[in-house]
Design a protein around this ligand. Structure first.
Ligand SMILES: Nc1ncnc2c1ncn2[C@@H]1O[C@H](COP(=O)(O)OP(=O)(O)OP(=O)(O)O)[C@@H](O)[C@H]1O
Length: 256
C-alpha cells in the first residue's frame, strides 16, 4: 500500500496515466489524486479527455501507460466487472433502464447483481423480494420513494437520472463516478440533482464530469481541469476558476 506524505491513502490515484488512439494521446500523463470522502470535479473544454479518463477509471479502456490505484490497491488493466467489484460505480447511463420494470424491480436487480446473483430478472423474480427493504431505502434516499411501483418508462428525464443514481448506489460504491449528472436538465432538475448529490455524498467519494460551472462551484471540494488530455490546473474551485490558464482555455473554446 502506498501512503502519501499527509499519511492518508487517497481513494483514487493515477500516475502517468495515458491512452493513445492511433498515436493521438487523448489522455496524457495524468497524475490525479482524489482524497477519500471528497467530491472532485473533472472539467475541461470539449475533447479534453474527460470521458476517456472515466473509461480508463472504470476499466472500459486499458491505459497505454501509467497506473491506477484504488484506495492504495493497483487496479491498472483490470476488467470493468473486477473494478466494479472493488467498489467503483458509474452513473448515469439511462440506456440501461428497462421500460416495463418498476423502480423497485430495477433496484432489487442491482442489489442482486451486487451480491453476485446475476441481473436476470426472469430467472429470479421471487428471490428478488429479499431485497425489498433495501431497495425501498435506496429509492427513498434519491427521492423516488413515492414512485417505487411505477414502471421506469413513466418517469420524467430528471427522475430517470435519479433512478440511475440509486442503481449505482445499490453497488455500495467506495468511489462513485458521475458522468455529466445534470446534462440536458432544466434549472429545477439541476437544483434537485445538486441537492441529491449533496445528500448521497456522505461517506462516499465522488468524481464527476460536469460542464455546468455553477454545479461544480456548489458541489465540489476540488477541481481538475483537463486540456488536450493533460492536467492544466488543479485545486479548489475558487482558485481554479480564476487561474488565467483556465480562463484562456475556456475562452479559446468559446471563440472556436
Ligand atoms: N475511440 C476513440 N478513437 C479515436 N479517438 C478518440 C476515441 N475516443 C476519444 N477520442 C478522441 O480523444 C479526445 C478526447 O475525447 P473525450 O471524449 O475523452 O473528451 P471529453 O473531454 O470527454 O469531451 P466532451 O466534453 O466533448 O465529452 C477527442 O479528441 C476524441 O476525438
Amino acid at each position: 500500500m502506498v501512503v502519501d506524505v499527509t499519511g492518508a491513502t487517497p481513494m483514487l490515484r493515477t500516475r502517468g496515466l495515458a491512452r493513445e488512439f492511433n498515436g493521438f494521446r487523448a489522455v496524457d500523463d495524468v497524475d490525479l489524486e482524489v482524497e477519500a470522502g471528497t467530491v472532485h470535479a473533472l472539467v475541461g473544454p470539449n475533447g479534453a479527455g474527460k470521458t476517456t479518463l472515466f473509461n480508463l477509471l472504470t476499466g472500459f479502456l486499458t491505459p497505454t501507460a501509467g497506473s491506477i490505484e484504488l484506495d492504495g490497491e493497483d487496479v491498472t488493466g483490470l476488467r470493468p466487472e473486477r473494478i466494479a467489484q472493488r467498489g467503483v460505480a458509474r452513473s448515469f447511463q439511462i440506456t440501461s433502464l428497462f421500460d416495463e420494470l418498476t423502480l423497485t424491480e430495477h433496484v432489487e436487480l442491482a442489489l442482486q447483481g451486487r451480491d453476485g446473483g446475476g441481473t436476470q430478472f426472469w430467472r429470479s423474480a421471487r428471490r428478488l423480494r429479499r431485497y425489498a427493504d433495501e431497495a425501498a431505502g435506496l429509492l427513498a434516499e434519491v427521492g423516488l420513494g413515492a414512485h417505487a411501483r411505477l414502471p421506469a418508462a413513466s418517469l420524467a428525464y430528471g427522475r430517470k437520472r435519479a433512478l440511475e443514481l440509486a442503481l449505482a448506489l445499490a453497488l455500495s460504491p467506495r468511489l462513485l463516478l458521475l458522468d455529466e449528472p445534470t446534462a440536458g436538465m432544466g434549472v429545477e432538475d439541476v437544483a434537485r440533482t445538486v441537492d441529491l448529490i449533496r445528500r448521497v455524498r456522505a461517506d462516499r467519494t465522488v468524481v464527476l464530469v460536469e460542464h455546468n460551472m455553477k454545479v461544480v462551484g456548489d458541489l465540489t471540494d476540488r477541481v481538475t481541469v483537463l486540456q488536450f488530455g493533460r492536467i492544466l490546473a488543479e485545486g479548489p474551485y475558487d482558485e481554479v476558476r480564476n487561474d488565467p490558464r483556465v480562463i484562456t482555455a475556456y475562452l479559446g473554446e468559446a471563440r472556436a
